[in-house]
Design a protein around this ligand. Structure first.
Ligand SMILES: [Zn+2]
Length: 138
């Protein structure tokens, strides 16, 4: 664990209300911004910044868990497309962005980063219900 890394702290924080699940090598959590319904992070538990720093076995497990979460999101939300991104520009600790995309999401046909997007917060019970449903499909 790196002391200055906010993601390391998040990984160990089991009280985070947006936490969906802890898998073998990753932690799954909902993005508080739900402009893209179901936007979820799949974060590697260890402080690692690049896929090629992992052993072949570990990278396969990390990708396998990410795909498992993507499939659960698809079953729950039926998006028109799934976006998978591993960026790490502001927080280098590896975390997948799983972004369900919808034809009416306002960014269809383009990455979500082409312009600023507004924040969409849900009510507490809406977060809880979405997290519960995703959990049931994992
Ligand atoms: Zn970290």
């Amino acid at each position: 664990m790196e002391e200055e890394c906010k993601i390391c702290q998040m990984v160990t924080d089991k009280s985070n209300p947006l936490r969906i699940s802890e898998l073998d090598v990753s932690v799954v959590g909902l993005n508080p911004n739900q402009l893209f319904r179901g936007y979820t992070f799949v974060t590697y538990k260890g402080h690692v910044t690049e896929l090629y720093h992992l052993s072949l076995d570990e990278r396969m497990r990390f990708c396998g868990e990410m795909i498992r979460v993507a499939k659960a999101l698809d079953e729950v939300l039926h998006p028109d497309k799934m976006n998978y991104e591993l960026l790490g520009n502001t927080s280098a600790h590896m975390h997948w962005h799983l972004i369900p995309r919808y034809k009416n999401d306002g960014f269809w046909g383009r990455p979500i980063w082409v312009r600023r997007h507004e924040e969409k917060r849900l009510k507490e019970e809406e977060y809880r219900e979405l997290i519960k449903t995703i959990r049931e499909h994992l």
